[in-house]
Design a protein around this ligand. Structure first.
Ligand code: PTJ
Length: 239
């Protein structure tokens, strides 16, 4: 079903053709982690929810893959934590940006940054374009399936970057402040679930949850989880 959503996204002009390659890579890593939210992923998702609730100006970045796979979950999280959406594409065309905005609006999104009047410093071409009141001004940005250079450029701007990436070895995964090694289809509902649970907490309690979080430890745990899962495959003689 997930694969079909991406193919539909490509046919509708929402998802880039490169999105198919990203999906294939994601599927391979998802298989290695056991197609479930692991302990390390759940921990990162909880801390991500706390950070997003603590943020002054959180923004959720949307690309062609996330728009095709989880439009409703993006909108749900956006409303829950009061973080507007912003379409930010790696293979940017104005036509695709507008199609994704229409797609999100048709699903009920009300809070979307629409301008592209600022640039992320240090990034070439149209990939740098952002809204001056959106990603450019945000203190915390949630970036599902982000490219390594842009992830680093956002960090260089002083932002807290929360990445969702099934590949714990990618540059994005290693650069981000919080890396959620999980499928976006599970990660977003999990973050929303934690946000609902944590919403009633005060700033100090939220800070307690986020304090001491170590992303290197999370990535190393994610790699251990992959190893254990692979060993369990080898232990079984037949599927
Ligand atoms: O719509 P655009 O133009 O912004 O392009 C979006 C893609 C994803 C095509 C673009 O950013 C790209 O080419 O990304 P990469 O470099 O292929 O990286 C995608 C990363 O996301 C890889 O590390 C994949 O393992 C991971 N990934 C793929 N599908 C999922 C995923 N992570 C979480 N959930 C997924 N469903």
């Amino acid at each position: 079903m997930t694969r079909e959503s991406i193919v539909d996204g490509v046919n509708q002009g929402i998802t880039s053709i490169h999105g198919l390659i990203a999906q294939g890579r994601g599927e391979a890593f998802d298989y290695l982690i056991g197609e479930k939210s692991t302990e390390s992923a759940l921990k990162a998702e909880k801390v991500a929810a706390a950070k997003l609730l603590l943020a002054r100006k959180p923004v959720i970045s949307v690309n062609g893959n996330s728009a095709a796979l989880v439009p409703d979950e993006l909108i749900r999280l956006s409303e829950l934590i009061n973080a507007p959406l912003e379409v930010n594409l790696f293979h940017r065309t104005e036509e695709r940006v507008n199609k994704i905005i229409r797609h999100l609006r048709n699903r009920g999104a009300r809070n979307i940054f629409l301008k592209s009047d600022a640039r992320i410093p240090g990034i070439e071409h149209d990939r740098a374009k952002v809204d001056s009141h959106g990603i450019f001004a945000a203190d915390v940005v949630l970036v599902p399936l982000e490219d390594g250079d842009r992830c680093k450029a956002l960090l260089d701007m002083g932002k807290t970057v929360i990445a969702i990436d099934l590949n714990p070895l990618s540059r994005t995964a290693r650069y981000a402040d919080i890396t959620i090694v999980d499928n976006i289809t599970r990660a977003l509902p999990n973050i929303s679930g934690f946000a609902e649970e944590l919403k009633c907490l005060g700033q100090e309690e939220l800070q307690d949850i986020a304090r001491g979080y170590d992303n290197r430890q999370t990535l190393s745990l994610a790699i251990d989880e992959i190893k254990k899962n692979m060993e369990s495959f080898v232990d079984l003689s037949k599927p």
